[in-house]
Design a protein around this ligand. Structure first.
Ligand code: FES
Length: 145
């Protein structure tokens, strides 16, 4: 499939936009500064906190799994059996409560991911969400693919 351009200029802080690339949903989240700050504090609950499984391109091998700290780009497909998780910026899954700092919840079998797409320990999904190859064409345009 051809690369796809995504205009990210209209995504408010804390909001997510969904685009499509190769028939797959591509999520772009404009993470808040607080969400970026909280990532480190979640490491202990993550199955692969440092994303050692190779599910991100070279330019996203860092603590935020992204090129710009605030902007997450991820393929919106659960790494368990391929359902599409729901974006849960505020409402925690039942077992997490105040520890929830925003992320994604898969309704199929309950997998949880943080706002960097890192999978929580003890859920069916085996790995972090996949970050697709992408780059910035300018400040507000991403090219995926
Ligand atoms: Fe997401 Fe099973 S497909 S938890």
């Amino acid at each position: 499939g051809a690369p796809v351009e995504i205009d990210i200029s209209k995504i408010e802080a804390g909001q997510m936009l969904t685009a499509e690339w190769r028939g797959k949903p591509i999520w772009v989240v404009n993470r808040t500064d607080q969400q970026v700050k909280d990532l480190k504090s979640l490491d202990g609950m993550m199955a692969d906190p440092n994303s050692e499984v190779d599910h991100q391109p070279e330019n996203c091998k860092n603590g935020t799994r992204s090129i710009k700290p605030n902007v997450l780009v991820a393929i919106g497909i659960c790494t368990h059996l391929g359902c599409s998780p729901t974006y849960r910026p505020d409402i925690a899954p039942a077992d997490l409560g105040a520890d929830w700092k925003g992320g994604f919840f898969c309704p199929c079998h309950g997998s949880k991911f943080d706002i960097a797409g890192r999978v929580y320990s003890g859920v069916p999904a085996p790995t972090n969400l996949v970050v697709p190859p992408h780059k910035y064409l300018n400040d507000t345009t991403i090219l995926v693919g």
